[in-house]
Design a protein around this ligand. Structure first.
Ligand SMILES: [Zn+2]
Length: 432
């Protein structure tokens, strides 16, 4: 007799938007896909009208633990992730202490396992203390129990070209990747919003597109020079998309991400002076949004990553210039991708699986996630209802923070269930 809690039969579900079929999850794997499955003892989930996608993988999440447990913890952040359909997240290194040693990355990795909602893959800092002065112990983090493969000073740019070159050379030894937060520091001193006519009118210091594009261009050249892997975090400008496109045409090993907020929101929102719209890199122009959507559609931008950045209200409910940069993103990412990419016909659900599961798992060298829903694959699956619409209520979030820019906005779709190795982390849209 099979343990019923270990076995789920999902009936009449559309895998990646295909014809309705049954899906049997048993003993942590996809046991069968097809019609009239032998599912004795299994719990049945009605999949009619739902789309099954592979569990989503986020390459860019801020979980804030250790150090800012008032903003988020590994537990609450991974609960938010599960509610958003994620089964794996990469936790950025800008914690306190910084994740720049084997000890800290192992602590974050272990907290993720204990919480059990989502696999947590710690990102290692590139430089000690994110200070941009000397390389952190990249090899020790790679060899640790956390098996770190993604390294980033995210929040800060590795602006020193020599350090960036050394980091790219170093990670080659263990097939790692450097994920760059592309922000030329001198060009963005005091910057508050996208530089343009609007920043002048609002009296907020401008953040020029070239501050992002100059670093991306330099790093693409460095990655090609040393023959290493570069990943570009949160691409936000049309010029950046063009540089990544050219690098890929040359066959260089460069990947890039776009964030949901940059696919939907524009710099015009800064005119409200509401810091909920303050983010790094800043919201850009409608033309930039258009270019990002095209880049994501044609594969120039490989993945969608959330840059989920929780902040307690005292860091956001203040005047614009004093407010922290960043927005929540895990629980709304799939809905925004549907709104901006799927509903307009720019991506199919198969493409969404590629951009939000397969590709981020490949870039992060994560083996147990990002696999097609076929027999024998790990049962990391999300069931999504694309037909419903919902109004976002910040109070519903599992995050400890409330800084969502989508509160009050109507968005399509809802995550109905998330399975991590065959075990539900979310059922009926609620934490299981
Ligand atoms: Zn960043």
């Amino acid at each position: 007799m099979t343990d019923p809690t270990n076995s789920y039969l999902i009936t009449g579900v559309s895998v990646l938007g295909g014809d309705p079929t049954d899906l049997l999850l048993r003993d942590g794997v996809v046991a069968a896909v097809g019609g009239r499955l032998d599912a004795e003892g299994a719990e049945t989930v009605d999949g009619a009208g739902l789309i099954a996608l592979p569990g989503l993988v986020d390459l860019h999440t801020h979980l804030r633990e250790p150090g800012r447990e008032d903003a988020e913890t590994v537990l609450t952040g991974t609960q938010a992730a599960a509610l958003g359909g994620f089964t794996a997240v990469h936790a950025m290194a800008n914690t306190d202490p910084v994740a720049d040693t084997a000890g800290v990355v192992e602590q974050v990795w272990r907290l993720g396992r204990e919480a059990g909602y989502c696999d947590v893959y710690p990102v290692g800092a590139v430089t000690v203390g994110l200070a941009g002065e000397r390389l952190a112990e990249l090899g020790a983090m790679a060899d640790s129990a956390a098996r770190v493969r993604v390294f980033s000073d995210d929040g800060h740019c590795v602006s020193d070209a020599v350090l960036m070159r050394r980091a790219l050379e170093y990670v080659k030894a263990f097939d790692g990747v450097v994920a760059q937060h592309a922000q030329e520091p001198r060009l963005t001193e005091g910057a508050q919003m996208n530089e343009g006519e609007l920043s002048g009118r609002l009296g907020l210091a401008g953040w020029p597109a070239v501050a992002e594009e100059a670093i991306i261009a330099r790093d693409c050249l460095l990655a090609a020079h040393v023959g290493s892997r570069l990943h570009v975090c949160h691409v936000s400008t049309a010029g950046s998309v063009e540089i990544v496109r050219q690098a890929k045409e040359k066959g260089w090993n460069v990947t890039a991400e776009a964030c949901p907020h940059h696919l939907l929101l524009t710099d015009e929102l800064a005119a409200t002076y509401n810091p909920i719209y303050k983010v790094n890199p800043p919201l850009r122009t409608p033309a930039d949004v258009e270019a990002l959507r095209e880049g994501l559609a044609d594969g120039t931008i490989d993945i969608v990553a959330t840059d989920h950045a929780p902040h307690p209200h005292e860091d956001k409910d203040c005047e614009w210039a004093a407010a922290a940069f960043g927005m929540l993103g895990l629980e709304t990412a799939l809905s925004i991708v549907q709104e901006t990419m799927v509903d307009p016909g720019l991506l199919t659900w198969e493409d969404v699986a590629e951009r939000m599961s397969y590709a981020p798992a490949r870039i992060g060298r994560v083996r147990d996630h990002g696999q097609p829903i076929t027999e024998g694959a790990p049962a990391n699956v999300v069931l999504y209802d694309p037909a419903v619409r919902r109004v976002v209520d910040a109070r519903d979030s599992a995050s400890l923070s409330r800084n969502t820019p989508y509160a009050g906005m109507e968005l399509p779709g809802r995550v109905v269930a998330t399975f991590l190795r065959g075990r539900p982390t979310v059922l009926d849209g609620k934490l299981a």
